[in-house]
Design a protein around this ligand. Structure first.
Ligand SMILES: [Zn+2]
Length: 79
């Protein structure tokens, strides 16, 4: 069963003059699929390729703040 989730990695670049938090893409993205596939954070093109190979089962997720530390936690088998 494939239902890949595509997660773009962004990082905070601080706040602007009005106090809004600013973010920028890091150029990396991660794909996680219930079949057990996980790319880890790789170049976006590579992640998109994996995403398509897994059927693109769901709409692209909103970018989320995720550090590489979180990625390690994500590799734990969730059953
Ligand atoms: Zn899959």
């Amino acid at each position: 069963m494939h239902g890949a989730q595509y997660v773009a990695e962004i990082r905070s670049t601080g706040t602007d003059a009005d106090g809004w938090q600013k973010f920028e893409g890091t150029g990396l993205a991660c794909v996680v699929c219930p079949c057990g596939a996980i790319t880890g954070f790789v170049a976006k093109q590579e992640a998109l390729k994996a995403y398509k190979e897994h059927g693109a089962g769901r709409p692209l997720a909103e970018p989320v703040l995720m550090s590489h530390k979180d990625e390690a936690a994500g590799t734990a088998h969730g059953g």
